[in-house]
Write a protein that binds this ligand. Structure first.
Ligand SMILES: *[C@@H]1O[C@H](CO)[C@@H](O)[C@H](O)[C@H]1NC(C)=O
Ligand SMILES: *[C@@H]1O[C@H](CO)[C@@H](O)[C@H](O)[C@H]1NC(C)=O
Ligand SMILES: *[C@@H]1O[C@H](CO)[C@@H](O)[C@H](O)[C@H]1NC(C)=O
Ligand SMILES: CC(=O)N[C@H]1CO[C@H](CO)[C@@H](O)[C@@H]1O
Length: 442
């Protein structure tokens, strides 16, 4: 009897051992849930890799880890992302971008009219919501959630190609200020794309997670998100391992575009001083804008940059070699230093502090009581902006994660948790706060 037990015992042991070895040597399971960041200007998808415990932000064939949130509609086809961006100049009326600013949002006809003036595509009013009229046939239009669904479908395809399996579940991020309707419409966009949304998380929470702040001992986390056109500041509290958004403030009219505009105005003045005329040709202005964007990026790494743009200026002869009618061709060259770029924008950079002070005051918190500061959004790469924030808090902000990818990385971590491939026994990392209002400084 004892012998039989021993044999039974050892066979159970063998089974257990086999199971253990299989666990050790089988390839790790494929991620089941993807994390998507449907941003206003760019969107990305990531997966949590159970094997390495790291997030992979999925790149397209050209190695790009995000795609422009742009969709081009013609009567024959729909183009998404970079393909839409490339064709946008030729089809400005049929290329929709910024759809996230309209998704699930309630407008009065007057509010929508004011919004419309910022865009070349036509915006229609439909029972308090926006729709985009993108076809020659005026009776046909698309909703913001349909535009979102085309972007999400593209991200889903990207993930499926990378993983080699079909994907149907996702976690998605939204701005902390999104109300229930905006959240619902975002979920609907995902459903239209064939994605079942397991959880919606706030972008600042996702960014904090990208820095692993859900795993370390911190209480007050301040997230500054400065993108192309908007600033969002959120104060998070961590309670029992979960984040609660305590206060929000921002500026809907502050971002990279404004910094570019200051430099562009400076260049126009220089051109006028040198040649007595300013560029009027649309292509010239487009090239100057591109040069300004490139210079801004360059000045995050280098102390000075040479801007060089060929222009055809009306009516002038100075510096020109070739005359054709009333315009002359010149090669405009200007060296721009980082100091100059900062001086041109110093007042704008300091505007960042108004919403920061507001969330601290709403959270009844002194600036030295903030445990970690997280920077998100491409514009937080600007060294002077980091410095303004660092000087205010007397502490270095957290900047080691790519500010354009911090949100998608955090969402993918939450997706990993939802997919069960997480070592910790937790399912949620956020406590919803439904009664919070964002304060705007414009
Ligand atoms: C526009 O589309 C609607 C719905 O598909 C159709 O009934 C109508 O005939 C079209 N109008 C024109 C001018 O093509
Ligand atoms: C959002 O969706 C939930 C669940 O489907 C529903 O109960 C709720 O009424 C919706 N809210 C709004 C404002 O649409
Ligand atoms: C940016 O800087 C690098 C290094 O100095 C240089 O090679 C590149 O041409 C610069 N780009 C622009 C747009 O000036
Ligand atoms: C510079 C800085 O503040 N770094 C912090 C970023 O966040 C991690 C938590 O994951 C801290 O440990 C670092 O000190």
């Amino acid at each position: 009897m004892a012998g039989a037990m021993a044999i039974l015992g050892s066979s159970i042991l063998a089974l257990l051992l086999a199971g253990y070895l299989a666990q050790q040597y089988l390839p790790p399971p494929k991620p089941k849930v993807i994390g998507v960041d449907l941003g206003t200007t760019y969107c990305s998808v990531g997966v949590f890799q159970p094997g390495t415990g790291k997030v992979e932000v999925i790149a397209d064939k050209a190695g790009r880890k995000s795609l422009p949130s742009m969709v081009l509609f013609t009567n024959q086809e729909v183009r998404v992302g970079y393909e839409a961006q490339e064709l946008a100049d030729a089809n400005p009326l049929n290329t929709v971008y910024d759809a996230k600013r309209f998704i699930g949002k309630h407008f009065t006809p007057e509010e929508l009219q004011a919004e419309s003036s910022r865009y070349q595509f036509k915006i229609l009013y439909n029972k308090g919501h926006a729709e985009f009229s993108v076809f020659a046939n005026e009776t046909l239009s698309v909703t913001p959630e349909y535009v979102g669904s085309r972007l999400l479908f593209e991200l889903k395809k990207l993930a499926e190609e990378y993983l080699g399996v079909p994907v149907s579940k996702a976690v998605i991020s939204v701005p902390a200020e999104f109300d229930e309707r905006q959240r619902n419409h975002t979920v609907k966009a995902a459903q239209l794309a064939g994605l079942d949304i397991l959880r919606v998380i706030n972008e600042p929470t996702a960014a904090a997670m990208a820095y692993g702040l859900h795993k370390v001992d911190v209480f007050n986390v301040l997230v500054v998100d400065l993108g192309g056109g908007t600033l969002d500041v959120s104060l998070l509290n961590k309670q029992g391992g979960m984040f609660l958004t305590r206060a929000m403030a921002g500026n809907n009219q502050l971002g990279g575009q404004d910094f570019n505009l200051r430099l562009l105005q400076f260049l126009f003045n220089r051109i006028h001083q040198q040649y007595g005329a300013v560029p009027t040709d649309k292509q010239d202005v487009h090239h100057l804008r591109q040069a300004v964007e490139a210079a801004k990026l360059n000045l995050t790494l280098y102390d000075s940059v040479l801007i060089r743009v060929p222009l055809s200026l009306p009516g002038s002869s100075e510096g020109g070699e070739e005359h054709s009618g009333t315009s002359s061709k010149v090669l405009f060259e200007e060296t721009v230093t980082r100091d100059l770029f900062e001086a041109l924008n110093q007042d704008l950079f300091e505007k960042i502090l108004a919403p920061v002070e507001e969330v601290l005051s709403r959270g009844h918190l002194g600036r030295h009581e903030v445990d970690e500061i997280v920077l998100v959004g491409g514009s937080t790469r600007i060294p002077r902006i980091r410095q303004v924030i660092q000087e205010f808090f007397g502490k270095e902000p957290n900047t080691s994660v790519d500010p354009d990818l911090a949100v998608v990385i955090g969402v993918a971590l939450q997706a990993g948790i939802m997919g069960g491939s997480w070592p910790l026994q937790v399912s949620a990392l956020e406590i919803p706060n439904r009664h919070l209002q964002k304060v705007n400084f414009n």
